[in-house]
Design a protein around this ligand. Structure first.
Ligand code: COA
Length: 327
């Protein structure tokens, strides 16, 4: 059976580290509140001259290097992001140009924090159908540009970064993507959204002044949806694979809030040691969080080749998904 095998991962975090204490200099917040309520200690913020496609191209190049492949070996490029360089063309087009790929189709996927798993699912379908042989899936966000820096309920949560995986078709062996599951329920569409800047609310001077082009969130609704969605999809993936949590070597969940991850770990009765965590250093990097965490764990030896990894994420939409991958 043809499978999509992860042959390389890479990530990129901007150089500038912004600890919680720095936010407390201009927001009514404290390091203690942020750590206790979210588990976040710092985040990376992109330099003024960096754009989303720069972050993505760095991560993709590192993933290609680890896969010992060149850009021309790739026949599909998917970029999961809600913070493209500009509304049109797709961010993937800019990334493609920076990588020096000239013909492979390149397009964006917009599923917020679940975007990487949506991209992984699409790439896996292309590879298993034989439409593509090698694909890069990038999760990238430059969230610092769409955050209202006067709103303490959102500004403390997010960070910038990119992560990428290279997938390659393989007809033998037991490594590869085993299960993917993705879902969307638009009922909570307004709980986490950027209200203005599209056809429903074109951006006006008044909208700009009211920060309607920035992230607005009803935190507790998203919090509850995340605990339920991550737990449900993890169980769905395990059931499909006919395995239990004990058969999984590592859990790479979307890094939004440590309390969400603790609640999911408790529901699934999983060994907390198996949770891969980068949240304290990165904050919530939305679609980038899973590939960043996966890359960090592979590089540190925390996850080894052949391990079974369960990934799950939920974000704006709400959209959520899960995947079981033998890396
Ligand atoms: N610093 C200090 N106090 C803050 C604060 C901050 N940064 N942000 C909110 N508060 C205050 C609130 O104003 C509120 O004060 P009040 O009781 O006087 O009204 C109090 O803290 C509690 O607010 P609440 O919203 O109940 O906090 P919470 O424990 O639910 O945590 C979030 C808020 C945002 C951290 C939490 O809801 C969350 O993580 N939601 C999911 C967010 C998420 O993951 N989004 C991305 C989806 S992938």
């Amino acid at each position: 059976m043809r499978r999509s095998v992860v042959v390389g991962t890479g990530s990129y975090l901007p150089a500038r580290v912004v600890p919680n204490a720095d936010l407390a200099t201009f927001l009514d917040t404290t390091d203690g509140w942020i750590r206790e309520r979210t588990g976040i200690g710092a985040r990376r913020i992109a330099a003024d001259d960096e754009v989303t496609s720069d972050l993505a191209a760095h991560a993709a190049r590192r993933a290609l290097d680890r896969a010992q492949l060149t850009p021309e070996d790739v026949d599909l490029l998917i970029v999961a992001t809600v913070t493209p360089d500009s509304p049109m063309p797709a961010c993937a087009v800019r990334v493609q140009k920076k990588l020096g790929i000239t013909r492979a189709p390149a397009f964006d996927v917009s599923a917020a924090c679940a975007g990487f798993l949506f991209g992984l699912t699409i790439a896996d379908q292309f590879i298993r159908c034989g439409t593509a042989r090698r694909a890069i899936v990038v999760g990238v966000e430059l969230l610092s540009r769409i955050i209202d820096w006067t709103d303490r309920t959102t500004a403390v949560l997010f960070g910038d970064g990119a992560g990428a995986v290279v997938l390659e078709a393989n007809e033998s062996g037991d490594r590869g993507v085993e299960v993917v599951k993705i879902h969307t329920d638009g009922a909570l569409a307004d709980a986490l959204a950027i209200p203005a800047g599209g056809s429903a609310e074109p951006l006006t001077a008044a909208g700009l002044a009211a920060q309607r082009n920035k992230v607005h969130m009803v935190g507790q609704e998203v919090f509850r949806a995340a605990i339920k969605g991550l737990g449900d999809v993890a169980e769905e993936v395990l059931a499909e694979a006919k395995i239990t949590v004990k058969d999984v070597d590592a859990f790479v969940f979307h890094q939004a809030n440590l309390r969400i991850l603790d609640a999911v770990a408790e529901r699934l009765h999983l060994d907390r040691e198996k949770l891969v965590l980068v949240l304290e250093e990165t904050g919530n990097t939305s679609s980038a969080s899973i590939p960043i965490a996966l890359d960090a764990a592979l590089r540190s030896g925390r996850i080894r080749q052949g391990d079974r990894v369960l990934m799950a994420a939920l974000g704006a939409g709400v959209s959520w998904g899960g995947a079981l991958v033998r890396v």
